[in-house]
Design a protein. Structure first.
Length: 149
């Protein structure tokens, strides 16, 4: 945005400089015509006034055109900025979606692993109960055999 402001300032400074130069040249031309034209006795002051008014209108139209060109340039720069932002956001969105997909796969894998581990815990718990019961029966049988002798 600063670059755009700098360009605008430079452009306006150039326009002012050209207007000043144009005014000076017009003044020099008028002075030259006043010195170098032979007066025929006709009064052309009304024509000069009309010419001056037309020149002012032309100058105003040129300024308006310059202003419009500058606005168009600014709009193009803003459109380019928005296009770049859109493309960056689009790439970021695709990256995030890819990350989410990867994380969903990891979550699914972890869910399957959790279910597998829970089944293993259940099997080991059942085996432990069986071994304890078996151990208790063996002790009881050994104890009974030991008293019988």
């Amino acid at each position: 945005m600063q670059n755009l402001n700098d360009r605008l300032a430079a452009y306006l400074e150039r326009v002012r400089s050209l207007e000043k130069s144009n005014s000076l040249i017009e003044k020099q031309i008028r002075e030259w015509y006043e010195k170098n034209t032979v007066s025929v006795g006709q009064d052309y002051s009304s024509y000069f006034k009309t010419i001056e008014e037309l020149r002012n209108q032309i100058s105003a139209a040129q300024m308006e055109n310059s202003r419009l060109v500058l606005q168009i340039d600014n709009a193009k720069l803003a459109a380019d900025d928005f296009r770049l932002k859109f493309e960056n956001e689009h790439l970021l969105r695709q990256s995030v979606e890819s990350d989410i997909t990867g994380l969903l796969h990891v979550r699914d894998d972890l869910t399957l692993t959790q279910a597998d581990l829970e089944a293993q815990i259940e099997n080991i718990t059942e085996e432990l109960v069986f071994l304890r019961k078996n151990n208790e029966e063996v002790r009881t049988a050994d104890h009974c055999h030991g008293e019988g002798f």
